[in-house]
Write a protein that binds this ligand. Structure first.
Ligand SMILES: [Zn+2]
Length: 287
């Protein structure tokens, strides 16, 4: 049976990209924190469904909430990295990217004793122009990446990328976020704002369509996605909608999906899978 991938980007309610409403990283510690209670809620839900997730932990979060990271590891989830400073990959040089992932690794290892082997870029920002980041990750010992959105996204996306899990030549197992073809376009539906926005019936139908084609679902969620009481930033109307739609119903949607599909972490998928397609180069991803 196909194992589907459940993943969490472990970051605060205010780690929203590209807004001047968020202070500089040096002042993040002065912001209200909601990450512990929201993550515990997610952990309890996963526990109830005996499901392990891959947690892409922001290095800054690991540094400030090491007990939370330790608890995630104790509960058997896969430890991954979301970088340290939540900076888009294409806003960094390769050297800065290397420094950012190293700083995150150090913070995560200090918190839970484990070096992350999985990575997801903020905003899916490994794009056609920043594929060098995948080689840096492979050289640094990573085994899994989930930074590719095989569609047009707000901050990233490679619309022509292979939409299914695939092995890259540098050895990384790539887990692109789930998309479905709608006309000539591929649309993401199974994570963050997309998941919050769609009604449960449609979400369920789309997941079943993909599942019936034996395509593993790759879902991502943030702790803030299940927090209707989080403070609201003063964003332009469309971003306001995208950031805060469906906060009340998302927990129930996740419960439904956990109940009705079999989920696991990326390393569980790798361990159990003999059906991962293998590709000889990055080209098929971009074809
Ligand atoms: Zn993020």
């Amino acid at each position: 049976m196909t194992i589907n991938i459940f993943s969490v980007d472990l970051e605060e309610w205010f780690h929203i990209l590209n807004t001047d409403q968020i202070p500089n990283i040096n002042h993040w510690i002065n912001m209200e924190s909601r990450i512990v209670s929201n993550t515990v809620k997610l952990l309890n839900l996963l526990n109830k469904h005996k499901t392990r997730s891959t947690f892409f932990i922001l290095g800054w979060v690991a540094e400030h909430y090491p007990e939370l990271v330790k608890e995630i590891k104790i509960q058997g989830h896969q430890i991954g990295s979301h970088g340290y400073s939540h900076t888009l990959v294409y806003q960094q040089t390769p050297e800065e990217f290397k420094q950012d992932i190293t700083r995150a690794e150090d913070a995560i290892r200090a918190a839970c004793g484990e070096k992350p082997k999985a990575y997801r870029a903020p905003g899916f920002s490994i794009t056609a122009s920043t594929l060098w980041a995948l080689d840096i990750l492979a050289k640094a010992g990573y085994q899994y990446d989930a930074s590719i959105l095989p569609a047009d996204g707000a901050y990233g996306g490679i619309p022509t990328a292979n939409p299914l899990p695939c092995r890259l030549t540098n050895g990384l197992l790539e887990f692109p976020t789930s998309t479905l073809n709608v006309g000539k376009k591929r649309l993401p539906y199974l994570g963050g704002g997309y998941l919050r926005c769609l009604p449960l019936t449609l979400l369920s139908q789309l997941s079943h369509i993909q599942h019936d084609h034996l395509q593993p679902l790759v879902l991502y969620i943030h702790p803030r996605d299940i927090d209707p009481n989080q403070p609201r930033l003063n964003l332009p109307p469309l971003r306001q909608f995208k950031s805060y739609v469906g906060l009340k119903s998302t927990y129930d949607k996740l419960s439904y999906l956990l109940e009705n599909f079999e989920w696991g972490s990326m390393n569980e998928f790798d361990d159990s899978s003999d059906h991962t397609p293998s590709y000889n180069s990055l080209e098929p991803m971009l074809a």
